[in-house]
Design a protein around this ligand. Sequence first.
Ligand code: NAP
Ligand code: HSE
Length: 432
Amino acid sequence: MDARHELGIGLLGLGTVGSGVARILPAKSEALFGHLGTSLTIRRVLVRDREKPRAVRLDPACLTTDPAVVLDDPAIHIVVEVIGGEEPALTFIHRAVAQGKHVVTANKEVIAKHGPELFRAAAARGVAIKYEASVGGGIPIIAVFQHDLSANDLREIRAIINGTTNYILTRMANEGSEFASALAEAQALGYAEPDPANDVDGHDAVYKLAILSSLGFHTEVHPDQVYREGIRQLAARDFQYAANLGYAIKLLALARNTTRGVEVRVHPTLIPRERLLAKVDGVFNGIEVEGDLVGRLMLYGRGAGAEPTTSAVVADVVDLVQRIVRGESPAYQEPPRVPRPVVPMAEVTSRYYLRLIVADRAGVLAQIAREFGERNISIAAVIQMAADAAAGTAELVVMTHQANEAAMRQTVAAIARLAVVSQVASFLRVED
Ligand code: NAP
Ligand code: HSE
């Protein structure tokens, strides 16, 4: 190839990730693209505030607050969207596609909610939308699903894909901290946002699981179809009790490809401590995949942060540039996505962990056991953890064998109505 390609990048956003991309692309451009006879220039950068101090040195003339300056520039071939949030990012991506530009995005909310419509629009326009950074930060997982695992029928995805909650849960487990103080610490360290709801209530993990299950199972899972529980209700003593029983507690994102449809859920879960996922601590992420050929596979790494996320964004840019230079279609042709039913949560089966505060006297256990027995739920273990002599109460932990979710919820409601039970303090699922 002798003609030198001059490709232009338009960057939407210059925050944590955008600054990383703006620093790394020029610094590594020659190494990444020189041998292709290609030069890649960041031509324009969209921000909200041009006067804001930036973590990266850029020609101030590049900065604009007018999206049209980026999206309508014919010399921009690839738009990198790192604004975040649903709007205006969605509108910007649609407009970039309509203008015939390839898009690289780190935006899990947009891809989870609008991926199918965006991919159709991109295919119709002959451009690519790449989204490696949307799940797992620096962990390569989207390309792994699209290419390296393409011969597999994926059966199951189990993932810890939110670093903020994993940091909080690790503190609760290791230091005995309660949720509020572990959250405050995560905020002080910059891991958790001032408004932590997106992370601690499980929305972020739901977006990522919707993306992974849609891609991995060749279907369309909308985030609204994913069952979600966050971590606010967890207490430090649950971590102690779980540890005594040989378990860690993690915010698990779980997707199963079953004959009845796809099972998709995000909730705090007891995981045996010997499993690799249980050892994913702090802000790290871990994604375990099970395929019919590859068996069980685990990917582990940094799920957030400027440099890991930049690693994923730049890899998408590199892939696009290589395809453009080779004259190939830059769009990944994935197998058709076939809509599948989502198994209602009430029909799911799991093992359960229940922590109860009960009257500390004879016959209490028998009443509780009767409620399980009447709904055909088999108890695996009952342990009396602590007694409060002054209050006349004791703490009971019950572990069940596999049970149906609806039957378990009815049992919990019936137990809560017993006069001898003062509180159902925890109700968690267990995945062995
Ligand atoms: P951020 O630090 O909040 O930066 C957002 C950038 O977008 C800022 O530069 C902001 O401009 C600009 N922006 C926001 N709204 C805008 C608007 N309406 N018009 C023009 N510019 C606008 O966000 P981030 O942490 O870099 O995250 C970016 C994306 O990457 C998100 O989708 C996020 O989920 C994803 N992601 C982030 C991480 C991470 O570790 N941070 C990891 C994986 C994925 P100003 O600077 O002028 O305010
Ligand atoms: N807020 C996310 C997390 C990082 O805590 O993992 C961006 O995906």
